[in-house]
Design a protein around this ligand. Sequence first.
Ligand code: TRP
Length: 333
Amino acid sequence: MKTVLTGITTTGSPHLGNYIGAIKPAIHASKDDETRSFYFLADYHALIKCQDPVQVHQSTLEIAATWMAFGLDTETAYFYRQSDIPEVAELTWYLTCVAAKGLMNRAHAYKASVQKNTDSGEDTDYGITMGLFSYPVLMAADILVFKAHDVPVGKDQIQHVEMARDIAQRFNHIYGEHLVLPRAVVDEDTPVLQGLDGQKMSKSYNNTIPLFVTEKQLKKKINQIKTNLQEPGEPKDPDTSAVFQIWKAFATPEQTTYMRKEFENGIAWGESKKQLFELINTELSAPRERYNELISNPKHVEATLLKGAERARTHSQELLTNLRNAVGIRPLG
Ligand code: TRP
C-alpha cells in the first residue's frame, strides 16, 4: 500500500489558494482505497516563522477545523498534530546526527535569509535561528517517521523532500535499510490561484481571499479583485483575468466554456464578479456552516486530533523501537 503524507504549517488563516491548491486535492486523494494518507498540522514548523503563541494556537484550530469542514474522513486518513507525535522529535535528533551541515547550507529558505542579510549589510547570521537552519531535518523526520512514499507539495518544497531523501539514504547507509526513500509529487494540473492583485495568492503578498468569512465579506473581497478599465460590452481577455482564472478553479468544464463566452461577449466586470461570488459561495456555504460549528467546539477538534495521533503512533512507535536499537540506544544486558 502506498503512503502519502503532507504537512500544513500552522501560521495564518486558510484562504482560497490553500483550498484549491492543497486541501481539495488532498481530501480527494484520501478517498483512494489504495493509499494510506497522513495529513498533519506542522505546529513545530510554525515556531520557525512565528513566535506569537496566540496566533500559532488559533491557526492550529482554524486549519484543523477547515480540513474537517471539507469532509476529510478522519477515521480512514491519519489526521494529527505534529507535536502530538513524540517520535518526530526523537527522530529529528537521529537525523540531525547524520545530516551533513553542508547540505543544510544549500537550503533555499536559509540561503534567502543569508542573502537578505548580505544585501542589507548585516552580519550573515543576523536573525537566523537554528530552527530555520535545521528546518529540513525536522521536515525529513515528519516524512520518514511514517515511511511516506509520496509527498505532495508545492514547487517551493521540492528541495526539502529531496533533502529528506538524501538524509534517509545516509541513515540507511550507516545503520541499515530502515527508512523509506520519499519522493516529492507536484501535480501540474492543480491550479496555483491568483490573488486580488493577480500575483500568486499568498499570505506573504497580502492578496488573499479568506476561505470562511461571511457571505458579505466574501462578496466584498471578490469585488476587490483587480480588473482593467474595459467597459461593459467590450470583449475581454479571459486568460489575463484573475476573475476568470479563479472562476476556472471552481467551475465545471461547461461553466468554464460558458464564462469564456461571456468574456468574449463583453460581460461587465461587476457582473462577472457577482457570478464568481455565486459560484464560490455555492461550494463553500455548507462547509462554512460546519466550520463555524467546529470553531465553536474546539474540544471536539482537539479530541479528533488526539485520536488521529494515537492511531498514527502505532506506526511511528514501531519504527522508533527499531531505530533506537539500530543506533545503539537499547537496554543494557
Ligand atoms: N514545510 C512545509 C511548508 O511550509 C510544511 C511541512 C512540514 C511539510 N512538514 C512537512 C510538507 C512534511 C510535506 C511534508 O509548506
